[in-house]
Design a protein around this ligand. Sequence first.
Ligand code: ATP
Ligand code: MG
Length: 424
Amino acid sequence: MKQSQLFIKTTKEISSEEDSRNAQLLLQGAYIDKLSAGVFSYLPLGLKVLNNINNIIREEMNKIGGQEILMPALTPKKIWQTTDRWENFDALFKFEAHNHEYALGATHEEIVTPLLQKFIFSYKDLPQAVYQIQTKFRNEARSKSGLLRGREFLMKDLYSFHTDEEDLNQYYQKVEKAYNNIWQRLGIADITVKTYASGGAFSKYSHEYQTFSEVGEDTIYYCKNCNIAINSEIIEEQNHTCPECNNQDLEEKTAIEVGNIFKLKNKFTKAFNFKYANEDGEQKDVIMGCYGIGPSRLMGTLVETFNDKNGIIWPKNIAPFPIHLVLLSDRDEEINKEIKKQGLDLYEYLQNNGWEVLLDDRQNVSNGEKLKDSDLLGMPIRLLISKKTLQGNSIELKLRNKAEAEKLDLDNNKISAYLDKLYK
Ligand code: ATP
Ligand code: MG
C-alpha cells in the first residue's frame, strides 16, 4: 500500500481529554477516529489490525469446532423479557420504533438459545458450538480509555451446548487451551492470567483472562505459584487465598479483562424451555457455556502494552504491515528519481515474494516527519532508502523494537532472503 494514496493523515493534535496511551497513539496515527465517547471508526490501517486480531481468534475458534455465524444486532423486547433481562441488564440501549420496542444487542444468549432450539432435539444433535464476531452495544456509564471500554465495540462470543455438565466441563477446558493459544499469538501470553471471578447463580466460579496493565480497571490478586489470579470482587469470600494451592502471599495488580468463560448450565435453556431427548427418550435441559473475547479492547490493550515515547510497537502477527519501506527525498532531482526507482523496485519485489509492505512514497512531507510517522505507526521492520544509503549501494534496516539500524546490500533478492530469515 502506498502512503501517498491513503486518505488518512497522522496528526499531532489530540484532544487533551484523551489521557490513555492507546487513544492518543491510535488517534494520532489515524488508526481510528472518534465519533463520540466510546464510539469509533476503524480507518484503513486500524481495520487491518482489528482483522488480524479477529483472524487469530477465528482460527482458534474453528480449531475447537466453533461454527461461525452472525446474529442480528437489532433484537425485540420480548426475548429479553423471557429471561428477565429487559429490566435487569443495566447497559441495554433500548428504543421504540413503529410501536415496537427493541434493544441493540449487548450479548446474545437470548438470541442464540432459541436459535439453536430450532435445530436441536436429541442427544444425537449435541454437542454444538457456535460463535460470532460482532459489534455489541452497551450504554456504559463511563466510557473511557480509548478502545478499552466502548459503547459500541467488537466481541467474539462463543456459545456451547451439551447434554450434561461433564461434556460442558470438557469443552470448557478446550476453550481454555484455545484462549491460551490466542494470547500466545497476540504476544501477551506472559502478562495474561486466568482469573477466578464470580460464577453467578449457577457455578462457584467463572474465569476471566486478565492482562496486566496500569490502566486496567480491574484489581486482581496474582498467585505466582499457579500463575492464576483472583478478581478483587471475590477475594474476601476467598479469604485472600489462592483456590488452587492455598497460597496467601498474593500480589495485587491492576489488569484489563480481555476475555472470559462462563458455565451457564441451564440458566438460559430453562427460560426458553430448550430441551433434548436423551437415549431413554426423556426430555432434559440442554446445558450451556458462553465464552467472550473483546477484539477491539484487545487492540487497545496491545497498544497499551507495546509502545514507547515515539509511538506504537506492533507485535509482528498484529501489525497492519510487517514492513514499512520509507523513501527519504532529496533536493537533487536526479538522486530523488533514483531513490524512487529503487524504492518502487524493492516494493514490487517484496510484494511478489509474499510480503505486505507499506511504502512511504509521499512527496509533500519532510524526511523528519516521515521518520516520526514511521515510529508512531509502529510497523515491526523499517527499511529506509536515502541519498546516503544509495551512495553506499545499501539500504538501512531497523527493527522498531531495537535502537540500532543495520546496513544491507541494495540487492532485492538478498534483502528478501534476509527478511525471510529474520521474520517468517
Ligand atoms: P467488563 O467487566 O470489563 O465490563 P464484562 O464482564 O461486561 O466486561 P462480557 O459481557 O463478558 O464482559 O463481555 C465479553 C468480553 O467483551 C469482555 O471480556 C471484554 O473483553 C469485552 N468487553 C466487554 N465490555 C466491553 C466494552 N464496553 N468495550 C470493549 N470491550 C468490552
Ligand atoms: Mg461490562
